[in-house]
Design a protein around this ligand. Structure first.
Ligand SMILES: [Zn+2]
Length: 246
């Protein structure tokens, strides 16, 4: 579980403003659903790259703040999360590479949110239809006497049928952001976490061979479930973000 004790006072790198952050003693990253682009929903912990909006007008990364002190409590404000519009505004500026990469990663996930909504609705409807079809084919034919003898009703078991996804169409803004983000990845030394993200970026751009190549560089025991979801959708030449569970 997530346990918070006191606050950490941090100095923002842009202007030196002080902010209060919860002091996490233990963190729980469990979420209800995970997505191949690294987004997760329902987590007890904040997700994303940690980009914050400073009152001075700049954006900064929480991990690049300097620790001033740890206290019981503080009247200092917590820094606001940067919004999608903040990213749009600041991407046009000449900011340092780590911040640029974090902003574009968050913007990539933000711009996938509309598709996530469509995806959930599509998947819910498909599952409801399959269930309704099953119930029509397997009606409860128990007699009064069967019920007295507590004979169980037919129990729904999902037929082994592949799932389908709504079409994934990207806007010009998504296309431009994914291309720029890819360029930021390929100019640096990537670890396994970076390579999974890069493989996913290639896949969502329809660059399936590049995605396969980058995914082959990732150690097999690094986040194997997510690797498997990405490689399965690569085999099917599917470009959309995929929801999965651990
Ligand atoms: Zn500032």
């Amino acid at each position: 579980m997530t346990i918070i004790s006191g606050v950490r006072v941090l100095r923002a790198p842009c202007c030196g403003n002080h902010y209060a952050y919860p002091n996490y003693r233990s963190m729980n990253f469990c979420a209800f659903e995970y997505w191949t682009d690294g987004w997760s929903d329902g987590a007890a912990m904040p997700i994303g790259e940690g980009v914050r909006a400073c009152t001075c007008g700049s954006l900064f990364l929480s991990r690049e703040c300097e620790l001033v002190e740890v206290k019981e409590s503080s009247d200092l404000p917590s820094p606001a999360w940067a919004s999608t519009d903040d990213f749009r505004l600041h991407i046009a500026k000449n900011v340092e590479p780590n911040l640029m990469r974090a902003m574009r990663l968050d913007l990539w996930r933000d711009l996938n949110h509309a598709y996530r909504e469509e995806y959930r609705a599509h998947r819910d409807k498909e599952e409801a239809d399959i269930q309704a079809e099953w119930h029509a084919a397997n009606p409860d034919r128990r007699t009064w006497w069967d019920k007295v003898r507590r004979k169980p009703a037919p129990v729904y078991r999902r037929p082994d049928r592949p799932i389908s996804f709504p079409r994934f169409e990207v806007s010009d803004e998504q296309r431009e952001n994914m291309a720029a983000l890819t360029a930021l990845f390929v100019t640096r030394t990537c670890d396994d976490g970076d390579n999974i993200l890069l493989a996913e970026l290639f896949r969502e751009q329809g660059r399936f061979d590049d995605a396969k190549h980058v995914l082959s560089l990732v150690k097999p025991d690094y986040d194997p479930i997510r690797q498997k979801v990405i490689s399965t959708s690569l085999e099917r030449l599917e470009p959309m973000p995929i929801r999965f569970r651990y």
